[in-house]
Design a binder for this molecule. Structure first.
Ligand code: HEM
Length: 486
């Protein structure tokens, strides 16, 4: 073949290859021209559901290495797109409500919280109600709550003998609900109605099942008990509110803040709204804090060097302030803070955060890949998975509170949204300072007053719970002793 023909043949071959490649790409690219994220391979219809039920974090562990930081899974008739890592989740946390909203995906809370609050109202009203939370959790209020937290811890641990064995998980659950009742629900509930109100909250809690997320109004006994409990709680709070108003008494608690809250147009909150907001606060803050207290204890009791560091910090503070514990002294407990923060990095109780997408948008991964996320997708991110990304955290599965110490700052080096146990951005947790203070009040008391030893194996994670916590008992042997400052 002469060189001219050879060249022509080569040219034809190249053109033909380009045309075929283009045709193939046209066939496999969606007609809209959108650069959609890769899709998790599952059996049709219920495949996604089965994998999700098996455990969303297990699914993320399997798919992230294959598909990267943005991918979609079909869950029955819904597309859920996962964003993993700070680069892609930034939009999740910062997007305005008109783009990514919580209302639809957290609708299942409505029968529990009750009508007229949080996810039952428009965003503009919800924003105002979140302003009420912000005001109720300001530093000047927190200072008063801390005195109550400290008093509750002191009183609670007086019940323990000089030595013995307890299920720490059960003990801390109990103490946290007592403290939350005092600071949030108020003196009347804590002092006179604690057993009744706890039983009603228990019914509310038991009425929030995995099935309730999809069918919140399914006529099952657990939902019926939930609805009755919600009604009774409304009656109890209406009576407390009325007696506070008629007696002209005010208290330093969240209940009082909500009673005094006003909408922008001057309208006061109704009794039903006050009840709903208190229920929302307890749901947001109770299990999350008690679970975190338990993990903190389990890790401290297992890792002697961090236990020693936390103890030394208590001694230093006792040398400086004596036995006094208040808001400012708790705020000086940096070592304990890091121990709690690290337990919470490894075990965020809210393992999956969700939004509903209302407009098409584009995300860019850290490798520079761009994906178009269509309107209508549910968008999800997972604190439980993202908090352990190895390109952010060194030895991500190990307990190392010093990773947050000045100079290392692993949660800051990779930018905002690297540590998302409290969410972040537009809907970041409003109760974070409250939670830390509460957990520190408990643990500083335990460190100062008891020798402790973990006698059961290190606990496992209870992935089946709605708020993911500790599986089984956490048995601890204690011996009363006063911490010597020398
Ligand atoms: C260790 C304890 C806690 C953890 C791990 C935690 C975690 C979270 C997370 C992850 C979010 C964001 C949800 C989302 O983006 O969809 C959130 C929101 C929220 N949390 Fe917490 N929380 C804790 C304690 C508390 C406490 C004690 C309170 C109140 C007393 C509270 C009140 C709230 C409120 C009101 C929001 C909604 C904020 C908004 O949507 O603008 N949390 N929390």
């Amino acid at each position: 073949m002469d060189p001219g023909d050879k060249l022509l043949n080569m040219g034809v071959l190249i053109v033909a290859t380009i045309v075929v490649a283009k045709l193939i790409s046209l066939l496999i690219t969606p007609r809209s021209g959108k650069r959609l994220p890769p899709v998790v391979k599952t059996w049709p219809l219920i495949g996604g559901l089965l994998r999700f039920v098996k455990g969303p974090v297990v699914m993320l562990r399997e798919e992230y290495p294959k598909l990267g930081s943005v991918f979609t899974m079909k869950l029955v008739n819904k597309d859920i797109t996962f964003f993993i890592g700070p680069e892609v989740s930034a939009h999740f946390f910062k997007a305005p409500e008109s783009d990514l909203s919580q209302q639809e995906v957290y609708q299942f809370n409505v029968p529990t919280f009750g009508p007229g609050v949080v996810f039952d109202v428009d965003y503009s009203v919800r924003q105002e109600q979140f302003r009420f939370f912000t005001e109720a959790l300001r530093v000047n209020k927190l200072k008063g709550y801390v005195d109550q937290m400290v008093a509750e811890a002191e009183e609670y641990f007086l019940r323990w003998g000089d030595s013995g064995e307890v299920d720490l998980k059960n003990e801390l659950e109990h103490l946290i609900i007592l403290t939350a009742s005092r600071c949030l629900l108020g003196r009347e509930v804590r002092d006179k109605l604690f057993d009744d109100v706890s039983a009603l909250f228990h019914d509310l809690d038991s009425g929030m099942l995995p099935i309730s997320v999809i069918f919140p109004y399914l006529p099952i006994p657990a939902h019926r008990r939930r609805d009755q409990a919600r009604k009774k709680l409304a009656e109890i709070f209406a009576s407390i509110i009325s007696s506070r108003k008629s007696g002209g008494t005010t208290e330093n608690d969240m209940l009082q803040c909500f009673i005094e809250s006003r909408y922008k147009d001057g309208r006061p909150t109704t009794d039903s709204e006050v009840t709903g907001l208190l229920i929302a606060a307890l749901f947001a803050g109770q299990h999350t804090s008690s679970i975190t207290s338990t993990w903190t204890g389990a890790y401290l009791l297992c890792y002697k060097e961090y236990f020693a560091g936390a103890l030394k910090e208590q001694k230093n503070l006792m040398q400086k302030h004596g036995n006094k514990v208040d808001h400012d002294i708790l705020s000086e407990m940096d070592v304990l803070h890091r121990c709690i923060k690290e337990a919470l990095r490894l075990h965020p109780p809210l393992i999956m955060l969700l939004r509903s997408s209302h407009s098409d948008f584009c995300v860019t991964t850290r490798e520079g890949k761009e994906y178009d996320i269509p309107k209508g997708h549910i968008v999800a991110t997972s604190p439980a998975f993202a908090n352990r990304l190895p390109y952010i955290y060194k030895n991500p599965d190990s307990y190392d509170p010093d990773r947050f110490a000045p100079g290392r700052d692993e949660d800051k080096v990779a930018g905002a949204f690297s540590y998302i146990s409290f969410g972040g951005g537009r809907h970041g947790c409003l109760g974070e300072p409250f939670a830390y203070l509460q957990i520190k009040a408990v643990w500083s008391h335990l460190l100062r007053n008891f020798e402790l030893e973990l006698v059961s194996p290190f606990p496992e994670i209870d992935w089946n719970a709605m708020v993911v916590g500790v599986k089984g008992k956490v048995m601890v042997r204690y011996k009363r002793r006063e911490l010597s400052v020398n």
